[in-house]
Ligand binder design. Structure first.
Ligand code: AMP
Ligand code: MG
Length: 344
C-alpha cells in the first residue's frame, strides 16, 4: 500500500518535471531564440532635422524600429526647442516675454543647463542672444554687418541672468524684449535624448550624429571604440583629427559652419555677448564630454572665451577634453586627449 502510493507520487513528480522541461523548452523556442537571433540586427537611418543631416546607426534587438523611433523623438524635440518653429515652446516663451510661461521637462532641462553653463563661463554662453543672432541674419537668411547702434540696441536685451526659471512650478519668464535662442545647446540635448531612448531599449552599440554633434553607446561591433573625425576648419572637406569615443560625446563649433562674407571678411554665427560681434580668436572648438548637451554648450562657450580662457576652462573641468584651432592656425589638444587622438 505505502509502496504503491510512493511510486504514484514519484510518477506524478516525474510527469511534473517532464512537463516543466517541456514548457521551458517551448518557451525557449518561442520567446528566447528569436530574440537571440534578432539581437544581431543592425540598422541605419538618416533624416534632415535641425537644419542638418541626422544619422543614427544602431546594433541590437529590433534596431530598425528603435532607430526610427529615436529619429521621431528627435523631430518631436526640435518642434519643442526651435525658436523658428511657430508652435514651439521656445517661440511661445519669446512671444510672451515679460510673462511666466509653462514649459515641459525638456525645455526646463535645457534652459537649466544653459544657465549653469552661462554662470560657468561668465556669460560667454548666453541663451538670450536671440535678437543679436537675428540682427546678423542667422536663422533669417538676411545677412548683413549691423551698425554699432543696432548692435548696442540688441545687446541691451542680452543677459541670461535675467532669465527666471521656476523649477518646481515648471515655468520660465524672460524680460520683455529679450529673445531666447537655444541654438547653441539644443542640438546636443536632442542627440542625448535619442541616445537615452536607444539605451532604454537595450541597444548596446550606437552612434547618433547630428551634423557634428555626436554621441555613442558602447563601442563599435568589432569591440574597438567608435572613431569620430574632426574637420579641418580651413578645409571642412578634410578630416584633421580622429577621436576615439566610447559611451561619450563629441561636439564641434566652427566659424565655417554658418557664415557670410562681407567686405572680404568672414562673419560667422558664434557671437560674443560682450561685444555683439562674432568671436574672433578661434576657428574651431571640439569638445569631448559625457553628454552632447554639455559638449554643445561648452564648444560654443569656449569658442567665445578664446584661446587662453577657453583652454583654461577645458583643463579645469573634469571629464571634459578638447581640441582648439586658433585664428592663427595654432592647434591645442587637451592633456587628457593628447595620447588617444590621431592627427592626420
Ligand atoms: P554652435 O553651433 O553650437 O556653436 O551654436 C551656435 C548657435 O548658438 C548660433 O547659431 C546661435 O543660435 C547661438 N549662439 C550664438 N552665440 C551664442 C552665445 N554666445 N551663447 C549661446 N548661444 C549662442
Ligand atoms: Mg554649441
Amino acid at each position: 500500500m505505502g509502496d504503491k502510493a510512493g511510486s504514484r507520487r514519484w510518477r506524478v513528480a516525474l510527469a511534473a518535471v517532464v512537463l516543466l522541461i517541456g514548457v521551458a523548452a517551448a518557451g525557449y523556442f518561442v520567446f528566447y531564440l528569436p530574440h537571440v537571433r534578432a539581437q544581431d540586427t543592425q540598422a541605419q537611418a538618416t533624416r534632415f532635422l535641425m537644419d542638418t543631416s541626422v544619422d543614427i546607426s544602431a546594433y541590437g534587438r529590433d534596431a530598425e524600429t528603435h532607430v526610427k523611433r529615436a529619429l521621431g523623438e528627435m523631430e518631436r524635440l526640435e518642434e519643442v526647442l526651435s525658436r523658428h518653429i511657430v508652435e514651439s515652446e521656445v517661440a511661445r516663451i519669446n512671444a510672451n516675454a515679460g510673462d511666466w510661461v509653462s514649459i515641459s521637462d525638456d525645455t526646463l532641462a535645457v534652459i537649466s543647463l544653459a544657465l549653469q553653463i552661462g554662470d560657468m563661463t561668465e556669460g560667454a554662453f548666453d541663451i538670450t542672444v536671440g535678437n543679436l543672432v537675428s540682427l546678423w541674419g542667422f536663422g533669417t537668411g538676411s545677412y548683413k554687418v549691423p551698425s554699432e547702434e543696432e548692435i548696442a540696441a540688441a545687446l541691451a536685451t542680452v543677459d541670461y541672468r535675467k532669465v527666471e526659471l521656476d523649477k518646481t512650478g515648471k515655468r520660465v519668464r524672460i524680460p520683455a524684449g529679450t529673445v531666447l535662442d537655444l541654438g547653441g545647446i539644443a542640438k546636443g540635448y536632442i542627440v542625448d535624448q535619442a541616445r537615452s531612448y536607444l539605451m532604454k531599449q537595450r541597444i548596446q552599440r550606437a552612434i547618433v550624429n547630428a551634423g557634428g554633434d555626436i554621441s555613442v553607446i558602447g563601442s563599435r561591433p568589432d569591440g574597438n571604440p567608435w572613431r569620430v573625425g574632426v574637420q579641418n576648419p580651413n578645409d571642412p572637406s578634410q578630416i584633421s583629427w580622429v577621436i576615439p569615443l566610447q559611451n561619450n560625446s563629441v561636439v564641434t563649433s566652427g566659424d565655417y559652419q554658418r557664415f557670410f562674407i562681407q567686405d572680404g571678411q568672414r562673419w560667422h554665427h558664434i557671437l560674443d555677448p560682450r561685444t555683439g560681434y562674432p568671436a574672433r580668436e578661434l576657428k574651431s572648438v571640439t569638445i569631448v564630454a559625457q553628454t552632447a548637451a554639455e559638449g554643445d554648450a561648452l564648444s560654443t562657450a569656449v569658442f567665445v572665451l578664446g584661446w587662453e580662457k577657453g583652454r583654461e576652462l577645458v583643463e579645469r573641468l573634469p571629464g571634459v577634453e578638447g581640441i582648439l584651432v586658433g585664428s592663427d592656425n595654432q592647434v591645442w589638444i587637451s592633456s587628457g586627449l593628447a595620447e588617444s587622438v590621431v592627427t592626420l
